[in-house]
Design a protein around this ligand. Sequence first.
Ligand code: ZN
Ligand code: ZN
Length: 352
Amino acid sequence: MFKAKAYSVGSATSPFVSSSIPRRDPTEHDVQIEILFCGICHSDLHYARDEWHSVMPTVYPCVPGHEIVGRVAKVGSSVTKFEPGDLAGVGCLVDSDHTCPHCRAGLEQFCPNQILTYGSPDKHLGGVTYGGYSDSIVVDERFVLRVPTNLDPAGVAPLHCAGITTYSPIRRWGVIKGRKVGVVGLGGLGHMGVKFARAFEAHVVVFTTSPGKREDALRLGAAEVVVSRNADEMKKHAGSLDFILDTVSADHDINAYLNLLGPGGNLTLVGAPEKHLAVSAFGLLLGRRSLSGSNIGGIAETQEMLDFCGAHNITADVEVIPIQKVNEAYERLLKSDVKYRFSIDMASLRSE
Ligand SMILES: [Zn+2]
Ligand SMILES: [Zn+2]
């Protein structure tokens, strides 16, 4: 065991403070990673503040962070995929049972015994797992991703959650050249959805409540931008979209979007509004439309996404911050005051 530097919170209402956490010495299958950047995901905030208490009560002290990019520092004797010096990534999962049907199918995100990067029982050290707001992490090589070396690592970090969460449904619902794809909301998830749909050569329509985001949406790859509060603008697209990626986590009218789908079209939710959504059955019946949800992806698909990003030069748009600004960043995140993801530069933690 060794001590790693980290930023942790001690309760739902405490700020992040500099602290030290235990990390295991790498076992034969482990990779020890010196963390370079870690993205800030909205889940980090929910978990740090115990807002998911009913499903996943937070264990304190808590160290969030599941959008990790770093450099391999050490490898265990049986590790074959990595060598010291390699760039490596870690997303939302660090382990699973490897034996259930989902794991066998490469869909570790459905494993009933999955171990999340933070807040899951730690079978090695006891307690819970600690995430990426730290200078290092030790992970089983099966859950470590290869990171393309041609990309900016600060912008690669968010691909491990925001990237795969949008890439996976775009792949699953067959977004290809010529398809008309809607992306609802232009935040951390939405801006990645636009980039991926565009890279698959779809005709991308961004739906936003903020007219001020029009320029950015076009820059990111949208062919059209619709201000969703404008009923006439919405009506123009009725029955015409093949697929809609809905990234909004605030309360909104889902039926207005279902009506924009053509026959057989699908709307996939990746945002998580707190209140239940009211869904009109007719919105689904007419046109045999479907409504579904999606969340991250398996390790193989996450690797595929990273490779795709390497080939198409895709990264998240990030604002790089020192870890000392993490409390301020959380307040700004609540106001959606970031374009479009914070990425923490861990050099700031090393120099403390
Ligand atoms: Zn996340
Ligand atoms: Zn499993």
